[in-house]
Each structure stands twice: as C-alpha cells, then as structure tokens.
Design a protein around this ligand. Structure first.
Ligand SMILES: [Zn+2]
Length: 598
C-alpha cells in the first residue's frame, strides 16, 4: 500500500477531517515548500477518494514579523523589519496590497497550476475578526502551564513573567520586538525592546493594551495549537526539523493536551527536505530554486510526481542534470504505461499502485494518453529544421489528440527551459558541421562499424526502431560491443560520449549527411583484425557455452555444425570469419585468428 493510503487507513472515516498546512510569506517561496503542499494535497485526495468528509486548508501566517530583508530590496524593506508581514507594504510596482499578499500570490498561482485543491486563508483575518479572542484569552491565562510544558519538553526556560503573546507596538508598529509581561484578563502589559531580537530594533515603548481583535499574535507554535483546537485540525504534517524529539511539534502537542484535556493533536506526517542539488539550480539568479521557476520548468504532473512518489520521511534529491531529468520523465512514463496496462485492468497490485501514483500526479483526470519521450523531445527541440509535433505524431503512428498535444507542448517547454537554463554544454545536442577532432581517437573496429552502417543506410527503413535494429546488427557483424558502437555514432555526429536514442538521431538527421560523415574515417585492416579476432580456444569456449544459444553457423558459403566449426577454427592459420546465428535469429560475426583475444 502506498504511503498516503496507509495514512488514510489510520484515520477515522466517521468524523469530518481538516487537513491543514501553512506558510509564512516572508519572501519568494523556494520549491522545497511545495513538498509539504503536495504531501497534504495527496493525503486530502486519498481521504476524499475513500469517502471521508475532508477539507484541505492552507494558511498564510501573515501576522509573523518581517524578520529578514527579501533579496535585493534592502532600501525598501529595512524600515519595516519587525512589523507583521500583513502590515508591510508591497514593494513598488506590485499590484498586491501588502508584502504577505505579494509573496503568497505567486505561490498560490503555482497551487492553481498544480491542481492543489486547498481552501486558502489569511491568519490576519482570524486575529482581526475576533475569531481567536477566546483561544488567546485561554493561552494568556495558562501562561504558567505553557512555560512549564515548554521547559519540560524542550528544556527552554522562559522568564517567570513571560507570556505566550506579542502585541503590535502602539508606538512603532513592530510585533517581533515586543514582550508581554502581564495579563489581567482584559489587557496585556508589554515592552517594545530595542534588543529582543537581532534582526529588528524595538522603540523602547512600555504600555498596556487589549490583546484581542488583531492587536497581537500567539507565538507560532502556540498559533499551531490555536488552529488545531479551533478548526479543528485532523492532519497536519511538519518538516522533519520540527518533528524531532523535544522539537517544536512535540511542544505544541504537549501544550494542547495540557490546556485542552482530552483533546487529540492532529496526525503528524514528518517529512524530509526536497533538496535541489546540481550546479546551476542553487545559484541561478542568486535566489535558489524558486517554486515559480520550477513550475515554469517541469510540467505540473511531473512536479507532483517527483514530490509524491517517495515516502515523506525520505529526502528527495533533485538535480537538473541530463541523467536525472531523463530518468524522472521515463519513470513517470513507465508508471503511466503500467497504470493503463492489462495488468492494471486485471487487478495486479503493483499495477494498481502505479495507477494510484499516476492519478495522484495529475492536475485533472484526463485518462490515458500518449507520452512523448522526454529525451526524444529534447533532441528534436534542438533540431531547428524539424516540426516536433509532426515528428512525435509520426512516431505515435496516429494524429495526436488535443490532450496529447497540450502535454507535448508542455514537454517541449520543459526541454527548452532545460536547454536554456540548466543543461551543461556537453549535454546539449549540437550536430557538428564537420568531423570532430576527437573522432580521430576511434578504434579501427568503430570506424569499420560506421562504414558498415553507412553502406546499409541507403536502403534502410526510416523509422527509429528499424534504424536502431540496423545499428545493433551492424555492431554484431563488425563485431563490436554495442556500447562502443553507440559511442562511435555520438562522437562523429555530436562530439559526445552519449546522446539520445541513436535510431532516433539517425531518423531525424539528413541521411546523405549521415552517410558522408560515417564514411569520413578510414580504418586500417590489420588493426581491425587485431581488435576483433579471438583465438580458436576462446571461440570454442564461447560456442560450447549454452548461454550463447547457437542455432546455425556459416563460414563463407558453407553451413557448419558446431563440431565442424570447432574443427575448422582449430586448423588455422589465417583469419576465419564465422557467421553465427543465435536462437533468437540474431546474427553475429566471430572472427578467429592466431594472436586473437584469449
Ligand atoms: Zn515599539
């Protein structure tokens, strides 16, 4: 069973459940924050699909203070450090009413694109409307209990007059600098301290005011408790850094139990980080990998997939290199294919899991559709003379549906973003206009192989699979290990070690150009013999090995039995080219000569 269904199994279907998550909108949001959003969304969907009365709420913690200056905006924001985010104006040019709205609206746009079905709320409204007056009063009256619980769980000791509340200073408007030292049931007494925090300076004001109707806020982990109690929250995950023993999550849970006896803290889903590695991702534009950037890059279903396919307690290491990207899309396509396979229809558990993973990755349900291979799309996107949509339709063997065309265009966009932003030069497919200098290091066998392919191309099929088969056949008849054969192709065409599927590459390049390029290198016959021949003894061992599955053997015009072939090979001297056909019908050359490989 998949992780989200395991969670659903543990919850009570007879009671309404609120899934809750939140974010402090203190800057442009990093893609790592999307992991929590998707984990909660997937649990919400899993509960909904099982008939739970469930809703998903996503909170904007905008009464938190501005505690650092958003990148590149020093001048504008410095004066506002310490104020509640919802009271800080948006930077010039922004259509938003305040900085909280400014940053969160970009993130919520990503929610829409990812099909995240959360109801959004702003914490400012809970404070200002008075909806939380009662819970604030309860927390202030229980200040001693909160201090004790905090100390018992986390070891952090607060002053005897510390209260779990911060007001917005009447004099300077800051909330991050104030300290409440008393509560009489109506008003709190507070100081606005110049040195309470390092990142903002309080004004020194000392006063009394009502804590209600938006005049201040609870500390963030007591705010958690306020949500849990008032909504009430049934499921809320937290990053692993909060979920450690003695960590803030445990403090909040113990506080809830101490102040509201008999209450049940929400089901926790501790989740690991979404790490973005790789050379360019972390440094691009100096802001790290933003959720917005990643949503512009990856198609939404791929971004959901990479976030949800791993267990929450496992970190995800994302990298934008070619190997990771190709594997990610191929993994998704495999899950997609198995989701709609006959095995899935027949109820095979693994295939059913794949269907569930696939469904959870979708923005909306569109059924099955043809996926264009990402590596192929990326290769095609680099061939200026080609119409990518037409090429993909040709490979599908039928016109693309509207859904398929939309997904293909999104993959083309992903390919272009990848090529422009993340791909290293050696990962790009640049068809070399002349023979690369490094092609001269190819072996005689590799050169002979290229010439053999060139000789067959004029009458060869034009489809990717037919050309791929031709390449394998030519390699076996050289003979040359297929890995070395592919390297030879990539080297002379792209000056690379690897590349897109070679059959596809040959299919979308001009054939005359390929033939001429493959014929450009001469090879030394004696060197070819030295590189490709084996000794009679090595040949005999291979022939007798059942794994070789020898079906028939020819030498020139003569058909030979295994015994006859062994006898001829042992006679020597000179070079003998045996053509051996295996049980699967594939034919290969076995070159036997004195001085060949053992
Ligand atoms: Zn002040």
């Amino acid at each position: 069973m998949l992780w989200f269904d395991q969670i659903a199994e543990k919850l009570d279907p007879s009671r309404p459940i609120i899934v809750n998550d939140s974010k402090t909108p203190s800057g442009r949001v990093h893609v790592g924050a999307v992991r929590g959003v998707i984990i909660h969304d997937v649990v919400y969907r899993a509960l909904k699909s099982r008939g739970f009365n469930v809703s998903y709420r996503y909170g904007v913690d905008d009464y938190d203070p501005l505690d650092e200056i958003p990148k590149g905006q020093d001048e504008f924001f410095r004066q506002h450090l310490g104020k509640p985010l919802c009271n800080v104006p948006a930077p010039p040019g922004s259509p938003a009413a305040d900085v909280a709205e400014h940053f969160i609206s970009e993130f919520f746009q990503v929610f829409d694109e990812l099909g995240v079905g959360a109801e959004r709320y702003f914490v400012r409204n809970l404070y200002r409307s008075g909806a939380w007056n009662e819970v604030i009063d309860t927390m202030l009256r229980n200040a001693a209990t909160i201090r004790r619980v905090r100390f018992e769980i986390s070891g952090s000791k607060r002053a005897e007059n510390w209260h779990p509340f911060q007001v917005v200073c009447e004099n300077c408007g800051r909330i991050g600098t104030t300290e409440v030292v008393g509560y009489d049931g109506k008003e709190v007494e507070y100081h606005c301290r110049p040195t309470l925090v390092k990142w903002a300076q309080g004004c020194g004001h000392h006063g009394k005011m009502s804590p209600f109707n938006g005049n201040g806020k609870l500390p963030w982990n007591i705010e958690w408790v306020a949500k849990w109690v008032t909504f009430p929250v049934g499921v809320e995950g937290a990053g692993k850094d909060h979920s450690t023993a003695g960590g803030s999550r445990e403090v909040s849970e113990a506080t809830m139990r101490a102040i509201y006896p008999g209450s049940q803290p929400p089901y926790n889903i501790p989740y690991e980080f979404f790490l973005v590695g790789g050379r360019k991702m972390s440094s691009s534009k100096g802001v790290g990998a933003l959720a917005r950037d990643m949503a512009d890059f990856l198609p939404p279903e791929i971004l959901r997939f990479v976030m949800l396919r791993s267990q929450p307690q496992h970190p995800v290491d994302f990298a934008a290199d070619e190997e990771f990207m190709v594997k990610l899309f191929n993994d998704y396509d495999r899950v997609h294919a198995r989701a709609y396979s006959p095995e899935a229809a027949a109820g095979d558990p693994k295939a059913k899991d794949d269907k569930r993973t696939f469904d959870m990755s979708q923005v909306t349900d569109e059924g099955g559709y043809y996926d264009a291979n990402f590596q192929l799309v990326t290769a095609l996107a680099q061939m200026p003379h080609l119409d990518v949509e037409a090429e993909i339709a040709r490979r599908k063997g039928a016109p693309l549906s509207e859904v398929e065309r939309r997904h293909l265009r999104r993959r083309i966009q992903a390919a272009r973003v990848w090529l422009d932003t993340y791909a290293a030069d050696e990962e790009k497919i640049i068809v070399r206009q002349s023979l690369p200098e490094r092609a001269k290091t190819l072996s005689a066998a590799q050169r002979a192989f290229l010439r053999a392919v060139a000789a067959q191309l004029p009458g060869a099929p034009s489809d990717d699979d037919g050309l791929q088969a031709l390449i394998f056949d030519a390699a076996r008849m050289t003979p040359l290990p297929s890995g070395d054969a592919f390297k030879a192709i990539y080297r002379v065409l792209l000056d690379r070690e690897s590349g897109p599927r070679a059959g596809s590459l040959l299919a979308f390049l001009e054939r005359d150009f390929v033939i001429a390029r493959f014929n450009e290198l001469d090879y030394d016959r004696d060197a070819l013999m030295r590189e490709t021949a084996v000794t009679a003894a090595a040949f005999a061992t291979w022939l007798r090995d059942p794994k070789s599955k020898v079906s028939s053997i020819r030498l020139g015009q003569d058909a030979l039995s295994v015994e006859q072939a062994l006898a001829r090979a042992g006679e020597g001297p000179g070079t003998l080219d045996f053509v051996v056909t295996a049980a699967d019908g594939k034919t290969q050359l076995k070159r036997v000569a004195e001085g060949g490989a053992e």
